[in-house]
Design a protein around this ligand. Structure first.
Ligand SMILES: [Zn+2]
Length: 474
């Protein structure tokens, strides 16, 4: 009898194990990619938040995704370089395959590889691709297009409609009619493929739940299709959070959805070594994540939110050797304008009839960046002033021309006037940059929701799409 009871107990134990609920399957998946957002970029935003909110916690004020329960690290090297570019990293994330820098969702032998978004769409889920930069830029492109060159913006834009994804949101096209302006308009091609193209606030507001094949652009974009800078608070512009909220409205359905949201200009501010603009982009990205978190709270057992980066940009360091013994990110609150918009202001002055003196220029610097504003800590040295004057002479009295709208990858260590101003301000904050390009350091991944447990520890960027499939049970 004793033996029977024993076996019965064992049987009940195993039955109990078998009926233990498994981890719930993710039905609604958000993949947030902060382009160029390494640990230091997140930490800088947190320290800045604490500083401006006058909090004394030296650890900073945590961003919403820093509080996610599962945290990990992701290696980012490409097939041919320890330092990846966005297209190779994006390809690894979206297809699970390593490729060479510059390639969009083809493998090293130029063979097309299916992306996670294409796979999920085929299985009946709705798909949304969102970015704060042009939608034919590397990170959004790797989810819907395949090309040997990320710079082939036009060819990439013509592939937008190929997979019949349900929602594209945020930026526009870089070259809708090709570099030479002589090709069939890519917006027209999207329209012919059945897409509704929306680029006003009013039409955006009217987009109704369940609307299909929508390409919604920010009504305020730079000519090459990207958002204005968050720090500049462009009037009439929509935010990445607005596009994320709209995405939730449009994509929610019984089967589920996959939404990729890129904070693309974190990277650009990293290339420009502009800390305040970088932080404001990270904070705008956090607001977009807050929309997903609201949705998660309504569907906690079916929603998965992943926040990661494709690589780090700028080699941002929290601490520098400029004599600053401690960090003071509050000084960055004096910066009221992005480097790009300040350079645009200077273009106007350089071409004006009345010459701007160095003294007048420094008054502008004081108003827009806080340097020499009368506060002791904002004072710059005579040597630093000479360094600024040297750039002023070159640009205002010499032949050096600065293009404020130059490609974000065209920054160099030879700094122009504006870059020198921002450099001095960042030094006062206690921050430092090692490069105007990407770095090879691993990036964080932060996860909450159904399937979160797959995302802890350290793994490679090629594992991300595999883990998403595991979490979704597909
Ligand atoms: Zn970049």
């Amino acid at each position: 009898m004793k033996r029977v009871v024993f076996y019965l107990a064992i049987a009940i134990f195993f039955m109990g194990c078998a009926s233990t609920p498994k981890e719930p399957k993710a039905k609604y998946v958000f993949l947030f990619i902060g382009d160029g957002m390494g640990l230091a970029q997140i930490q800088a935003a947190e320290l800045y938040k604490a500083a401006v909110n006058e909090q004394t916690d030296k650890g900073g004020e945590k961003l919403n995704f820093s509080k996610f329960p599962v945290q990990g690290l992701v290696t980012t090297h490409s097939a041919n370089n320890s330092i990846t570019c966005s297209s190779a990293a994006g390809t690894a994330i979206s297809t699970g395959v390593k490729t060479k820098n510059g390639i969009v969702s083809l493998d090293v032998d130029s063979v097309k590889v299916e992306t996670i978004a294409e796979n999920i769409k085929k299985q009946g889920y709705k798909v949304g691709i969102l970015s704060s930069v042009a939608i034919d830029h590397a990170t959004p492109a790797v989810f819907y297009a395949h090309h040997k060159s990320r710079s082939a913006y036009y060819e990439i834009s013509t592939q937008l409609a190929d997979n019949k994804f349900d929602y594209f949101g945020g930026g526009g096209f870089h070259y809708p009619t090709g570099k030479k302006n002589n090709k069939k308009n890519a917006f027209e091609m999207a329209k012919e493929a059945g897409y509704t193209i929306v680029n006003s606030k009013e039409a955006f507001g009217l987009l109704a739940n369940g609307a299909e094949k929508v390409f919604a652009m920010n009504p305020e974009l730079y000519p090459q299709g990207e958002f204005y800078w968050s720090i500049d608070k462009k009037e009439g512009a929509l935010s990445l959070a607005d596009f994320t909220r709209k995405g939730i409205e449009l994509l929610t359905n019984e089967k589920g959805f996959f939404m990729m949201v890129e904070g693309g200009k974190i990277d650009w501010a990293g290339h420009g070594n502009d800390a305040a603009s970088n932080i404001h982009e990270t904070l705008a990205f956090e607001e977009a994540i807050a929309e997903a978190l609201d949705f998660y709270k309504q569907h906690p057992d079916e929603t998965l939110i992943i926040v990661t980066a494709d690589h780090e940009t700028g080699g941002l360091g929290i601490g520098n050797n400029a004599g600053t013994k401690h960090l003071d990110l509050s000084v960055l609150a004096y910066q009221k304008i992005s480097s790009q918009e300040f350079e645009r202001k200077l273009i106007g002055l350089k071409t004006a009839e009345k010459k701007t003196t160095f003294k007048e220029l420094m008054e502008m610097v004081s108003a827009d960046f806080g340097l020499n504003n009368g506060e002791v800590k904002m004072q710059i040295t005579q040597e630093q002033e000479r360094w600024l004057k040297q750039a002023y002479e070159k640009e205002f009295n010499g032949k050096e021309v600065v293009d404020p709208d130059r490609d974000y990858m065209a920054y160099s260590s030879e700094k122009n006037f504006t870059e020198r101003v921002v450099y001095l301000l960042d030094q006062k904050a206690g921050l430092g940059w090692t490069t105007t390009n990407h770095t090879g350091i691993p990036v964080p991944i932060k996860t909450i929701g159904a399937g979160q447990s797959f995302f802890g520890g350290m793994f490679d960027n090629t594992d991300i799409s595999k883990k998403i499939k595991l979490a979704m049970g597909i």
